[in-house]
Write a protein that binds this ligand. Structure first.
Ligand code: ZN
Length: 373
């Protein structure tokens, strides 16, 4: 061997010795040879996840120092070409073995640390059933829906069925069957939304009365909550779409006292046992006689406040005895059966209960507003 190559080999030996010293801290992560078998028990590493990750990074630094492009070993490999052809392959072999002696150990430790980290991670991510869960943020029903359901519950407990009806109606159901004459202003396109095909969006839930009477023959008790549409310009107290509940009872021998008793009982169940009612004569095409119902203000109990505009009373809605023509339109004999009907505005009631200054808030669906209920 030439003295030149012997010098190179000595350099390689000292690089390897330096490596062995640097590698000592990782030696405990190597496999153990027990009865000729490679065994490793990563649980003995006894590191936190973060410590194990730090060890892995330090190992990667050592690898770079040992065999990286700028390492001393790589610098020696570049000299292979300068060695005489007779000695070239022997020297090359020597450097390769030196390199492998280190990289084999590095690969073994890397693999063991990786499986330790994997194990630690899965332990950390395992569900601990004793910990309180992270609850998903729960929403809730819209305030109008909440009130509608309370109203439904009250009437269902009084024996009413909840009825549904179409929102797009023919002229017959929206007007004619409700005894609304040909030239009545409610039929005007200024008040009602018409489709190009001559249908209209229902302007009141009373349309369901006729459907209900046709579908269920008397005696019947139904309420029909739903959306109605009128060509109003939206402002603090109006919206072109709003919610009503329609009530209808048709039986033998029904008279005005039953209607008054029903509405009085309803407001007592909704606003409290002390709630009083009063009735004022009114006019609707589909009831005769007709009346408006008021109830004593739930806030001031009738004393007068801002909510009831100082009167002590709040308007509940329109009502009356079903007009004989409406019964006839549903092929019910008005001499045999009579009935009463009433209509309540849900959103108006909702606006009062929550003291909203602007009813449009209920329809804009701004979550910051709706979250308060
Ligand atoms: Zn009041």
């Amino acid at each position: 061997m030439s003295s030149e190559v012997a010098g190179y080999r000595a350099q390689a030996d000292s690089i390897r010795e330096a490596f062995e010293r640097k590698f000592e801290r990782f030696a405990r992560f190597l496999n153990k040879r027990i009865n000729g078998e490679n065994v490793v028990d990563v649980t003995e590493f006894n590191l936190s996840l973060e410590e194990a990750q730090a060890e892995l990074r330090a190992l990667s630094d050592l690898e770079t120092w040992y065999v990286g492009r700028k390492s001393q070993l790589s610098a020696l490999k570049k000299l292979i070409g300068k060695v005489s052809p007779e000695e070239r392959s022997g020297f090359g072999q020597y450097l390769l073995l030196t390199q492998i002696a280190g990289t084999d150990k590095i690969a073994e430790v890397e693999s063991n640390l990786q499986s330790y980290i994997w194990k630690k991670r899965s332990e950390r991510e395992r569900v601990d059933v004793t910990l309180p869960g992270r609850r998903p943020r729960r929403g809730h029903l819209h305030p109008i829906t909440q009130l509608r359901q309370r109203i439904e519950d009250i009437f269902v407990s009084m024996g009413y069925a909840v009825e549904d009806g179409p929102e797009v109606e023919t002229d017959f159901y929206n007007f004619t069957a409700l005894n609304i004459p040909e030239l009545h202003p409610a039929r005007s396109p200024q008040d009602t939304f018409y489709t190009t095909g001559g249908l209209s969006l229902r302007s009141q839930t009373s349309t369901v009365q006729v459907h209900a009477m046709q579908r269920r023959r008397p005696p019947l008790r139904v309420i029909a909550p739903g959306r109605v549409f009128r060509r109003d310009t939206p402002d603090a107290t109006h919206n072109p779409m709003f919610f009503q509940v329609e009530g209808l009872l048709v039986e033998r021998g029904v008279q005005m006292g039953h209607l008054k008793g029903t509405l009085s009982e309803f407001v007592r169940r909704l606003f409290g046992a002390g709630t009083r009612t009063r009735f004022r004569p009114s006019y609707f095409p589909f009831t005769e006689p007709s009346m408006e119902a008021d109830y004593s203000c739930f806030k001031c109990n009738g004393a007068g406040c801002r909510l009831c505009k100082g009167s002590g009373w709040i308007e509940l809605g329109g009502s009356g005895m079903v007009h004989p023509n409406v019964l006839r339109a549903a092929r019910i004999n008005p001499d045999e059966f009579s009935g009463f009907a009433f209509g309540l505005g849900i959103d108006r009631m909702c606006g009062l209960m929550y003291e909203l200054d602007d009813i449009r808030l209920l329809f804009e669906n701004d979550v910051r507003f709706l979250e308060q209920f």
